[in-house]
Design a protein around this ligand. Structure first.
Ligand code: ZN
Length: 254
């Protein structure tokens, strides 16, 4: 959410150009930053990239859009099989959005969809608009014990960003896809916005109840997720654990 989009893009272009031997893009001579784990991982991935050849072939195993094998029989009228289901599609968009996050420890994405399968909002965890990612801390803990030196008082969760940045005034009856089960604060926003179903990928607690066992490690976080369960249950917001039933491999190559 910070204003470093251009410089981050330039860094990526510089890494990619160096990896492929191409001339560096104009204005991209600044060495890549490696201030966070995710950016380091991104740089490593970018350095391993290779551009497709002029013929557009990027490897025998490539299944990205332009390189998928065409149907042998051009007169076959049947639709393509193996396509993404709606649930897979929107959850994949939530995961893609999470890749925009600057959080070095947890990247979360969210995607809000209405009954007509139209996307109403999308978001990831980040600092508020206008708050620079380099001026606020991304740390989970403070050496001095000062909570203001951690990310927690400042970060906007993915669900909050998806709701507040929605392109539609009315989210009533919509569903939200999230890569991680929402916290209690996001549960409040979800309920108040009129969203009626949460489809989550990463579960946080099981067998919800006053004394239910937890998969979480930290008690305070457990309480957050328990409260979210309670709120959603009371408000009639359906909670659905995402299960694709198959391994979905979404390859994206530029
Ligand atoms: Zn939250």
């Amino acid at each position: 959410m910070g204003p470093d989009l251009a410089s981050e893009y330039d860094d990526r272009v510089a890494s990619r150009a160096a990896a492929t031997g191409a001339a560096a893009a104009e204005g991209a001579s600044t060495p890549p930053r490696s201030t966070t784990k995710d950016l380091e991982a991104t740089e490593r991935a970018l350095s391993a990239w290779s551009l497709p050849s002029p013929e557009g072939q990027c490897g025998a195993s490539c299944r990205c859009g332009p390189h998928q094998a065409k149907r042998a029989d051009p007169t076959d009228p049947s639709p393509r099989t193996g396509h993404l289901s709606w649930d897979e599609y929107f959850m994949a968009l939530a995961f893609l959005s999470a890749q925009r996050s600057k959080d070095p420890n947890k990247q979360v994405g969210a995607c809000i969809v209405n009954r007509d399968q139209i996307i109403l909002g999308i978001g990831y965890n980040g600092f508020p608009r206008g708050c620079d990612d380099h001026d606020l801390p991304w740390a989970k803990e403070s050496e001095s014990g000062n909570p203001l030196e951690t990310k927690f008082p400042y970060v906007c969760h993915a669900e909050m960003n998806a709701i507040l940045n929605s392109n539609h005034q009315n989210l009533r009856g919509a569903r939200i896809y999230v890569t991680m089960f929402p916290c209690n604060e996001c549960a409040k926003l979800i309920i108040q916005s009129g969203i009626t179903e949460v489809i989550y990928y990463e579960a946080k607690i099981t067998n919800v109840g006053p004394n239910s066992p937890s998969v979480g490690q930290k008690k305070q976080k457990d309480l957050m997720f328990r409260a979210a369960h309670t709120l959603c249950h009371m408000a009639g917001v359906k909670l659905t654990h995402f299960k694709s039933g198959r391994t979905v491999d979404v390859a994206i190559k530029f």
